[in-house]
Design a protein around this ligand. Structure first.
Ligand code: GAL
Length: 337
């Protein structure tokens, strides 16, 4: 593991290396996405005080819009681009464009296919391994149910030795929905836990969509539901909001915290760890989250960008560049104390 540069050194690296003004463009798939917004704000604040100019574009969930923004930028080209592609499977075309202009690209959060990244040695990816996120969610739930698949504790409400659950999924074809979902189920199975998927629903990372879709799920499965795995916290929050309306998560003694010994509590785990989720964990509604370390991801992006802009080799970045292509950050479990 490489050691991370302290912030001051990072700023120096970005300042020390250039004559003339250099420009960097950040393309976001959707600035209204709270996780992406936090990551992008972090990039902007790390960038402050450097001599480089940073322009941020919001793709508003449309690849057509993002393509237009890229085309416009290419008429007055920047020195480096940081891209959160709307359609990660379409990254090939984007890479070709930047390769033609020889503008290095750092993708983040929405992972291009390996074969697309491999087509050019000046494009990179910064993100977290989706596998790890799903595995940690499964581990938090196995611990909660007592850690022994043959003797589930009182959270197995109907005492049948099986976890009855719902999975709330993000966007289809996003690596973080597909892989996190797969790994939750795989990890439970590997450890010998029987899991009955009551239903899985797609809520595209959004709180409101999860809130709306949970209504039907609760009508059909309310009495059997023992656990909810959500691909992110926003959707977990939507589910909690709907469940509160149906009498779950009551704070009977009014002390501001939901007591999990109360019958109306159901464990829900999310991913991201933004402040709203931490508040929900502290008030006892959300059981836990998995921190998707946006601060480290932002530092890695800025560090790699600074290394490239200063004319050094990408693998001289203070973050480990795996296979010469990707910087991976770890996920961390977060439960209330
Ligand atoms: C995931 C994150 C989601 C959403 C998505 C957007 O990594 O967990 O909340 O932001 O990225 O691509």
């Amino acid at each position: 593991m490489k050691r991370f540069l302290p912030l001051a050194a990072l700023v120096l690296l970005l300042c020390a290396c250039s004559t003339g003004e250099k420009r960097v463009a950040v393309f976001l798939y959707d600035q209204a996405d709270p996780f992406v917004a936090s990551l992008s704000n972090e990039i902007e604040s790390l960038w402050e005080g450097t001599i480089y100019r940073l322009d941020v574009y919001d793709g508003q969930k449309s690849q057509v819009v993002q393509n237009e923004q890229i085309e416009m930028m290419l008429r007055d080209p920047v020195d480096l681009a940081i891209i959160n592609p709307v359609d990660r499977l379409g990254a090939y075309a984007i890479i070709r464009k930047f390769q033609e202009e020889d503008i290095p690209v750092i993708f983040f959060n929405r992972e291009p296919l390996e074969k697309d990244l491999d087509q050019w040695d000046r494009c990179f990816y910064v993100g977290a391994k989706a596998e790890q996120g799903g595995q940690i969610q499964a581990e938090m739930i196995m611990d909660l149910f007592g850690g022994d698949p043959n003797h589930l504790n009182r959270f197995d409400r109907n005492g049948d030795g099986v976890l009855q659950g719902v999975i709330i999924r993000g966007e289809q074809s996003h690596q973080d929905s597909e892989i996190r979902t797969r790994e939750v189920r795989k990890r439970l199975k590997e450890e010998g836990y029987a899991f009955e998927l009551l239903t899985s629903l797609i809520a595209n990372w959004r709180r409101k969509e999860a809130y709306e879709k949970m209504e039907e799920v609760l009508v059909l499965h309310e009495g059997r539901l023992e656990v909810i795995f959500s691909n992110n916290d926003e959707m977990a929050e939507g589910a909690i909001e709907r469940m509160k309306e149906r009498g779950f998560f009551t704070d009977d003694d009014g002390n501001g915290v939901v007591n999990r010994d109360d019958e109306s509590w159901i464990p829900i785990v999310g991913i991201d760890g933004l402040p709203q989720a931490i508040r929900s964990i502290n008030e006892g509604s959300l059981y836990g989250t998995v921190i998707n370390d946006w601060e480290s991801q932002a530092r890695a992006i800025v560090d790699l960008a600074g290394t490239i802009l200063s004319g050094r080799e990408p693998d001289e970045s203070s973050f480990e560049l795996s296979g010469g292509k990707a910087i991976w950050t770890d996920y961390y479990p977060y439960l209330s104390e």
